[in-house]
Design a protein around this ligand. Sequence first.
Ligand code: HEM
Ligand code: HEM
Length: 168
Amino acid sequence: MPATAKTAPTGYSATQISLHWLVFLLIGFQLVFDEDIGRAWRAVRRGEELAFNPWVAAHVYIGIAVLVFALWRIFLRARRGAPRPPEHEPVILKLVAGATHLGLYALMLLIPLSGLAAWFGDVALAGEAHEVMKPILIIVVLLHIAGALYQQFMLKTDVMTRMRKPQA
Ligand code: HEM
Ligand code: HEM
């Protein structure tokens, strides 16, 4: 096959699957343990000195890890392509799934970037954007999970298997 011919893969690679579930865990951590960073940010805005707090450091480093993993995922997707939606899936669902994935990639970039701009650049507006994107992320992730469950139990497709079993 010529090097330029690119057919859609039938599934995700082991790296893509590992990154998907690792990012899921890291984002879950960020959403659950967000109190200290919020408190530290408000203290910084009041001009107070901050003592070292491991939860704040964890938020920053884990957030940066999410950004790096998201960029890595986008690179892999661009190089390898993504499996096609199940053939008999209604067109509207294909569109919703595509838009959801695009939204998730955008949020995986914009949330850490706004956090970095707030924390290291002292940009107050970026801090607000970071906060506003929290409920948006939760809603889009819930929609994504609902879609995965609908595929599994109603449409009975192999979509969940794709995110479990790697394909070369
Ligand atoms: C995907 C990665 C990230 C997620 C999911 C995330 C999530 C959150 C959440 C849920 C909050 C609390 C918002 C609230 O009080 O309602 C928060 C606050 C904050 N995060 Fe992140 N964060 C991420 C990455 C980062 C990064 C890389 C930084 C950079 C240092 C950062 C800096 C901050 C700051 C300064 C705040 C306090 C300001 C605010 O509440 O918006 N975050 N983050
Ligand atoms: C329980 C939680 C989750 C489940 C059950 C789940 C399930 C899945 C499944 C089955 C796919 C494959 C879809 C397909 O091949 O058409 C997928 C893809 C995807 N998931 Fe999740 N996911 C979860 C959480 C998350 C989270 C937290 C994020 C990021 C914030 C995320 C981002 C993505 C993205 C961007 C894709 C598209 C990958 C691509 O085609 O490039 N997922 N997910």
